[in-house]
Design a protein around this ligand. Structure first.
Ligand SMILES: Cc1ncc(COP(=O)(O)O)c(C=O)c1O
Length: 381
């Protein structure tokens, strides 16, 4: 038996395990309502597909620069001007293999083995799993219900009780909750990181998908911003994300990118460039998600599945199954097998309290969500 590294012993991303199970049942002919995976059911915007098709016919599509194709870097910089009113130099933008690739590059560039990085629980599982695989300790602090299960500046001091921290990571809107950190609290967190002279990583992948107020970017606050074409532009499978890095970090990340990935896929970068022209199509999709969200907000309390955090953005509703026990994994497995509804267990996102919580993903049409809720209503009795 080959001996494995300790770092490879990270846990599975359970949501993906449930997704596989749900997919296998669908392939076997079962009717399953998919409220599990956090990916839009619509494909890439038409402008992205057209751009990719043109590039496949007309270009050689070799490696791009390790930092990404210059036109895409310029177009993302322009997008910050358009959507956030902030000027960002294209030289600070680094194109990556999804936000997932961006985390790896940013964590490698910023942290050494043994460092501790503050983040809250519940949170997106790969944050802590990637950190752990790199020998970096996730300094997890329990987010409070009254803060929408999101970070506040005071959590940094809490994380420091276990030793100094080398950085902090936030996401607003977040996954699994969809909740947002209010602007004032975001600025406080950024200021608290600056005061400690530690990097703040801001995962802004759900920007654009907000329903009450727009999300504030920390791109002008010295943060290392990570984002992606996976959510607002519905391009999960194309695997294109980006980092907006402070200037001194660009060269180190470039060296890592050259050696680890060479470059993100050229055809997908061209598609992403096309996607930036698809505002109208993306906004129409957001209106669809808004309708699904309204259905959930209306119906969930009556099902005995109350929200545990405000679903401000993204496409998630995070609910309490408290009345139905405290084993969210068993609850989700049974819901899949007995009701034909796939959802994600809260234990994926929070070891300590996730047994009471389940994530419902709604990046799809309201009639699908209505059908899922109807099945749950019959099943829950
Ligand atoms: C909060 C958050 N960050 C990052 C990612 C990964 O995104 P990508 O597809 O760009 O790698 C996800 C995917 O679900 C996510 O929810």
């Amino acid at each position: 038996m080959t001996s494995l590294s300790r770092r490879s012993g990270i846990p599975s991303f359970l949501a993906m395990d449930i997704a596989r199970e749900a997919g296998a049942r669908q392939a076997a002919g079962d009717s399953i309502v998919r409220l599990d995976v956090g990916q839009p059911t619509f494909g890439a915007p038409q402008a992205a597909i057209d751009a990719a098709a043109r590039a496949m016919r007309a270009e050689t599509l070799g490696y791009t620069d390790a930092l990404g194709a210059a036109p895409l870097r310029r177009a993302i910089a322009a997008w910050y001007g358009r959507s956030h009113g902030v000027e960002v130099a294209p030289e600070r933008i680094i194109i990556t293999v999804g936000a997932s690739g961006a985390f790896q590059l940013a964590f490698l560039a910023l942290f050494d083995p043994g460092d501790r990085v503050a983040l809250v629980s519940p949170g997106y599982p790969p944050y802590r799993h990637i950190l752990t695989a790199l020998g970096v300790e996730p300094a997890l602090v329990a987010a409070r219900i009254e803060d929408g299960l999101q970070m506040r500046a005071s959590h940094l001091a809490e994380a420091e009780r276990g030793g100094p921290i080398a950085g902090a990571l936030i996401a607003s809107p977040g996954n699994p909750t969809g909740s947002m950190i209010p602007d004032a609290a975001l600025l406080e967190i950024a200021a608290a990181c600056r005061a400690r002279d530690i990097p703040l990583i801001s995962d802004e992948i759900y920007h654009g998908l907000t329903y009450e107020a727009p999300a504030r970017s920390l791109v002008d606050q010295g943060a290392i911003v990570i984002s992606s074409f996976s959510k607002y532009w519905a391009m999960t499978g194309w695997r294109i994300g980006w980092i907006v890095a402070p200037e001194p970090l660009v060269k180190p990340i470039e060296r890592l990118a050259q050696n680890l990935f060479i470059a993100a896929p050229a055809v997908a970068q061209t598609a992403a460039l096309g996607a930036l022209l698809a505002d109208e199509e993306c906004e129409a999709r957001r209106a669809v998600y808004a309708e699904s969200r309204a259905v959930l907000m209306r119906e969930l309390p009556g099902l005995g599945l109350p929200l545990v955090a405000p679903p401000d953005g993204g496409f998630y509703a995070f609910v309490d199954i408290g009345a139905r026990g405290d084993d969210s994994l068993a609850f989700c497995r049974r819901a899949l097998a007995e009701a034909g509804v796939a959802m994600s267990p809260g234990v994926d996102f929070c070891d300590a309290r996730g047994g009471r919580w389940v994530r419902i993903a709604y990046p799809q049409r309201a009639d699908v969500v209505i059908e899922g809720l109807e099945r749950l209503r019959r099943w829950l009795g």
